[in-house]
Ligand binder design. Structure first.
Ligand code: PLP
Length: 421
């Protein structure tokens, strides 16, 4: 059983939990919620909810449009959020931060804009077997449009990238390497610095899918020297509907706009248009104004807690989850040991029975919310010869007690299943 939660990590989940109204919710059947589905989406603290309400009540107008006072106020708040994202990523300038609708939209923007302009027949795009569908399908679509070839770095039985294969597959034909920083199924933290350095030596650009890393681990786009980075606000306590694309300035400046419409132009005639400067060039139409402001509030909250403390707390929880789930014996955790991964623990029972969906349903009766299925990573599941896994994923408000409850509930799942069969 757990001791007092994570005193040594410098983070106080009981205090933090008080900021998240939904975490004190009592579910059907009178059980409290143990929310362990953070890789899908996280919960929001009161401070973020208040920022959203306050914006609608006090500061709401369209941005970069009005001459009036209210629009100026909203624009200031929106741009302050961009600056907060810049600081989070240590990006050189706020113009290199593009607000999108999420990681998926950010990756599609690069595939359509940079991809269509820079990738041709016979060029190669190097992905990995552990990518989320959001970092597979846009490149497959690009290949279908252009005749490019998509290759994939295999994943080892331990659940890490086969780096010798990466070295073999990378060549002067590779135009782009697109790779996730953290696997949303295995939790594996990939060697992004090494991948970027090697890709650049081969003359390729690199897009990093940061959907599962930016909320949990320190990100420094200048230290990485990355070309593009994509992530979503809703996986880091921000509202849904807002995401970010960071890009290297020369690349963003040379890329054609993706969506056309209001805001992204400097001038329009009936015969043509001249695009606006960064970042407006890639923010056509009314952007996710309040969501972006809410994301700024989420970043303030994260900053207040301290990202390093969050990382340490999650490492503690991940180690603990491996330990207590490992004691169940007939349960297999996919992916590397806890010290090589982020806050994601996906598992199957031996023989894949009970099925992940049954596990999730039975856990739900105890108030334990986990994800079951392929987690938008079908090729990775195929590689591990399972069609579904159960996934518990943690964030700053989770506790060892919740992991104890997960383990106890899994024991019950096993007993129920044994009785049934
Ligand atoms: N990439 C990874 C690794 C993810 O885990 C996810 C979502 O789960 C995405 C991309 C897509 O994020 P969104 O659905 O917010 O666009």
């Amino acid at each position: 059983m757990s001791e007092a939660p994570c005193r040594h990590t410098g983070l106080e989940p009981p205090t933090i939990r008080g900021d998240f109204p939904i975490l004190s919710k009592v579910l059907h059947g009178g059980v409290p919620l143990a929310y362990l589905d953070n890789a899908a989406t996280t919960q929001r603290p009161r401070q973020v909810i208040q920022a959203i309400v306050e914006t609608y009540e006090q500061h709401y107008a369209n941005v970069h449009r009005g001459i009036h006072w209210l629009s100026d106020q909203t624009t200031d708040l929106y741009e302050q959020s961009r600056e907060k994202v810049r600081a989070l990523l240590n990006a050189p300038a706020p113009e290199q931060i593009i607000f999108t609708h999420g990681a998926t939209a950010s990756i599609n923007l690069v595939a359509r804009s940079w991809g269509d302009a820079n990738v041709g027949r016979g060029d190669e795009i190097l992905l990995t077997e552990m990518e989320h569908h959001s970092n597979l399908v846009p490149w497959r679509q690009l290949a279908e449009r252009t005749g490019a070839i998509v290759r994939h770095v295999p994943v080892t039985d331990r659940g890490v990238l086969e780096m010798e294969a990466f070295d073999r597959l990378l060549s002067d034909r590779t135009r782009l390497v697109a790779v996730t920083a953290v696997s949303n199924v295995l939790g594996t933290i990939n060697p992004i610095g090494e991948i970027i350095a090697k890709a650049h030596r081969a003359g390729a650009c690199v897009l990093v899918d940061g959907a599962q890393s930016v909320p949990h681990l320190k990100t420094d786009v200048q230290a990485w020297n990355v070309d593009f980075l994509a992530f979503s606000g809703h996986k880091m306590m921000g509202p849904s509907g807002v995401g970010v694309l960071y890009g290297r300035r020369e690349l963003l400046e040379s890329m054609p706009p993706f969506l056309g419409g209001g805001s992204m132009i400097r001038r329009v005639t009936l015969d043509g248009f001249e695009p606006a400067d960064l970042p407006a060039k890639f923010e056509a139409g009314t952007p996710p104004i309040v969501s972006a402001i809410g994301l700024g509030a989420a970043l303030d909250y994260l900053d207040g807690v301290g990202l390093d403390a969050v990382t340490r707390h999650e490492q503690d929880l991940t180690r603990y989850a491996h330990e207590v789930l490992g004691e169940l014996g007939d349960l297999r955790i996919l992916g590397p040991p806890p010290e090589e991964k982020s806050a994601i623990v996906s598992f199957v029972f031996d023989g894949n029975r009970p099925h992940a969906h049954d596990i999730a349903q039975l856990l739900d009766r105890q108030g334990v919310a986990i994800r079951a299925g392929h987690h938008c990573a079908m090729p990775l599941h195929k590689r591990f010869r399972v069609n579904a896994t159960a996934r518990a994923s943690f964030y700053l408000y989770n506790t060892r007690e919740e992991i104890d409850l997960l383990a106890r509930s899994l024991q019950q799942v096993r007993q129920v299943f044994r009785r049934r069969t």
